[in-house]
Design a protein around this ligand. Structure first.
Ligand code: NIG
Ligand code: FE
Length: 413
């Protein structure tokens, strides 16, 4: 007799998801579906997976009946701006009048308005707010989340944001993976000397590393923000200090950030809404994961959606994410983004499930622990109110989770 704490029975469809590396190209269109399955969990880990025909050999303290529903790994959210002060609903009217995103920033609004609110917020306020958003993510089926700084743009406030993320990781059941995005915008006081600003941000690398405040360094490579040349120099310094790097690349103007991500061996290139043909080709021949953020195109009312279809067809590994932030994509609901990925990026359900589990995990260096249900791994599992995996992107705009389990504990039901 095998002893387990929890036995999940009567699983209609189980998507265990691959776990031997990022899933690229055509392989993204092949999910494995197990029917009539059951999962045994002990001490927070998956210890048994098998058919309902074999559950007589398992003795369980608690049984959860999945009632023929879909069961998948907890979703992995690889790109968020989790910690910030304030909100920007007043900018919606400007957007409706057609004022471009980068123009709002140029006028001192946008990211800079959130920077002011974040500077003014106390550590406790930022922490409470981050925990609130994490609860929302958890209820939508996310069990691991990346969180960027970037609303401080000075040493003190960037550290405050990173420390809030660290404390949130300790306090909240979700796992948080931190990224230093000090190079998110040029603060007004450095307007004439962005090089000095980047040097000052780079001066924080050692302190961030020593205190384990971030695993990745990111930069916003964009017109009016940082050039490709500046981004290269900044990220090379980060790599010298032992960080893996990421880029906000080719979001609004096609500057060649995608090519830079490949050149630097970045763990991910993010956005890629206006990536060039050459960029797609290079991406496909690289290990850099394309983290596509279609909620941003949608929310900024743009026609430019990333050519994720072509990226996969060319052989790239693609992930999708909310980009949760107060300006360009204000949602914690990754399921909604899965629908947008189907409707606007033309991804298949199989591709979308790879994008929000295994590839998302690899995009934040958690490929070996998250994004897959496997014996020996943490039991991060979602039971969905859905009969099959195609149903989630299809029925859009609502929350389909029935039960969310993180490391064997029910965190939402
Ligand atoms: O990923 N593009 C830069 N950064 C964020 C938006 C940040 C904001 O508007 O507050 C993004 O879109
Ligand atoms: Fe972002």
């Amino acid at each position: 007799m095998m002893q387990v704490d929890t036995l999940i029975i009567n699983i209609g469809q189980l998507l265990p998801m691959d776990n031997d590396g990022p899933v690229k190209g055509k392989r993204m269109n092949e999910v494995t579906v197990l029917e009539n399955a059951a999962i045994g969990v002990r001490d927070g880990k998956v210890v048994w997976m098998g058919s309902m025909d074999d559950i007589q050999s398992i003795e369980a303290t608690q049984t959860i009946n999945a009632n023929r529903k879909l069961v998948t790994p907890g979703l992995v959210e690889p790109h968020t701006h989790l910690v910030f002060g304030g909100s920007r609903e007043k900018e919606m009217a400007l957007k409706q009048q057609g004022v471009p995103y980068l123009e709002i920033l140029k006028r001192g609004g946008g990211i800079l308005s959130t920077v002011r609110a974040t500077k003014n917020a106390s550590f406790e306020d930022l922490l409470d707010k981050a925990l609130f958003h994490l609860d929302r993510m958890a209820m939508h089926g996310i069990t691991t989340v990346e969180a960027k700084s970037g609303y401080g743009l000075d040493r003190e406030t960037e550290l405050k944001q990173l420390k809030v993320a660290k404390e949130a990781n300790e306090k909240h059941p979700l796992d948080i993976v931190s990224t230093f995005l000090g190079a998110h915008a040029i603060p007004p006081e450095y307007k004439e000397d962005p090089e000095k600003f980047l040097n000052d941000m780079a001066d924080m690398f050692d302190e961030i590393k020593e205190n384990q405040l971030a695993e990745f360094v990111d930069i916003f490579t964009e017109t009016g923000v940082f050039t490709v040349e500046q981004s290269r120099r900044f990220l090379l310094k980060a790599k010298e200090k032992g960080f893996d790097v990421k880029l906000h690349a080719d979001e609004i103007d096609p500057l060649g950030g995608t090519e830079l991500a490949v050149e630097l061996g970045a763990i991910s290139g993010d956005h890629l809404a206006v990536t060039s043909d050459e960029g797609i080709k290079q991406l496909a021949n690289s290990n850099t994961i394309a983290v596509i953020l279609p909620g941003t195109s949608f929310y900024l009312g743009k026609d430019d959606y990333a050519r994720a279809r072509e990226m996969i067809d060319a052989g790239a590994a693609v992930s999708v994410s909310t980009d949760f932030n107060p300006g360009s994509s204000v949602t914690e609901n990754l399921q909604l983004i899965m629908s947008i990925a189907a409707l606007k990026l033309k991804l298949t359900p199989d591709e979308i499930w790879h994008a929000v589990t295994v590839n998302a995990a690899h995009a934040i260096g958690r490929g070996d622990v998250a994004g897959s249900i496997q014996v020996g791994r943490a039991a991060d599992i979602v039971i969905w109110d859905a009969p099959n995996y195609m149903y989630i992107p299809y029925h859009y705009g609502v929350n389909h989770t029935n039960t969310v389990i993180k490391s064997g504990e029910i965190i939402y039901q």
